[in-house]
Design a protein around this ligand. Structure first.
Ligand SMILES: NC(=O)c1ccc[n+]([C@@H]2O[C@H](COP(=O)([O-])OP(=O)(O)OC[C@H]3O[C@@H](n4cnc5c(N)ncnc54)[C@H](OP(=O)(O)O)[C@@H]3O)[C@@H](O)[C@H]2O)c1
Length: 237
């Protein structure tokens, strides 16, 4: 059955690997790739460049032209460090400016995309939506502390995913939401922190993309949000 896929934050290294695999998927006939700057050249792909303020997100979604039922959506945005902004190791490093920047990129922006994409997702086909979270956003699994803003922004994203899911179970029963942990993946986001990653635990974007696509195939549309990792294992919220 031909389908359309939407990739938001398509400049992410993992998103680009997903797009390569979607291009190769026979049933995927259209990929809407949304990014601030990244562009793509392929007959299956429509590139949409957009800033991530609320008005632009609304305007972009209102103008999206979808040719087939949307059955896969990937909302990939996230920042951990940027210029002078670094994850906080201690309480004294927390400051409002950086915290708001991280929450905007990791919680507010993905939520606004999901809000504005929702009208496009309702159909008679199952639609699986993966929002890129992180294991570090698990409140029950916080053993080592630190990285306050990133951790809290992903926990807040998880709560948004859970809450969207309760409402979508009534309003768009074909939609399944997934808060996804890719594992430590070799991308610009993890690059400064890769030295401490154990041997064999730094994944390629291609591996993670293929794990995510096979996870989506397995997930049932059950009216509940799932929080799962690259190895198809559930994470406690
Ligand atoms: N890499 C890892 O080890 C790891 C581990 C756990 C979770 N994750 C999560 O996986 C997701 C994908 O990250 P990645 O590793 O592929 O990193 P990446 O290559 O650095 O991609 C960064 C992503 O964030 C977006 N972005 C950058 N600055 C932004 C800003 N100021 N506001 C909003 N969005 C911004 C980019 O969108 P554009 O397309 O517009 O550039 C892109 O989608 C993130 O949500 C990250 O938190 C990654």
């Amino acid at each position: 059955m031909p389908y359309s896929a939407i990739v938001v934050g398509a400049g992410s290294s993992i998103a680009q690997a997903l797009i390569e695999q979607l291009i190769a998927a026979e049933d995927c006939h259209q990929i809407l790739a949304i990014s601030r700057q990244q562009t793509f050249q392929h007959s299956k792909i429509s590139t949409i460049n957009c800033t991530y303020d609320e008005a632009s997100i609304e305007q972009t979604c209102a103008q999206l032209s979808v040719d087939y039922p949307v059955t896969k959506v990937f909302i990939c945005q996230g920042i951990l460090h940027q210029d002078e902004l670094q994850p906080e190791r201690k309480i004294e490093s927390i400051n409002a400016h950086n915290m708001l920047k991280v929450f905007t990129a990791n919680t507010v922006t993905p939520s606004l995309w999901l809000k504005n994409l929702t009208p496009l997702l309702k159909s008679d086909q199952p639609c699986k939506v993966a929002l890129f979270s992180a294991r570090i956003g698990s409140i029950s699994d916080n053993q080592i502390g630190g990285w306050y803003s990133y951790r809290a922004s992903k926990a807040a994203l998880n709560m948004m995913v859970q809450t969207f899911s309760v409402e979508l179970a009534r309003r768009a029963k074909n939609v399944k939401l997934l808060a996804f942990h890719p594992g430590t993946t070799d991308t610009p986001l993890s690059e400064p922190f890769q030295r401490s990653v154990p041997e064999g635990k730094l994944f390629s974007p291609e591996f993670v993309a293929s794990q995510l696509l096979s996870l989506l195939e397995k997930l049932e549309v059950d009216g509940k949000a799932s929080y799962m990792d690259w190895n198809h294992q559930p994470i406690t919220w």
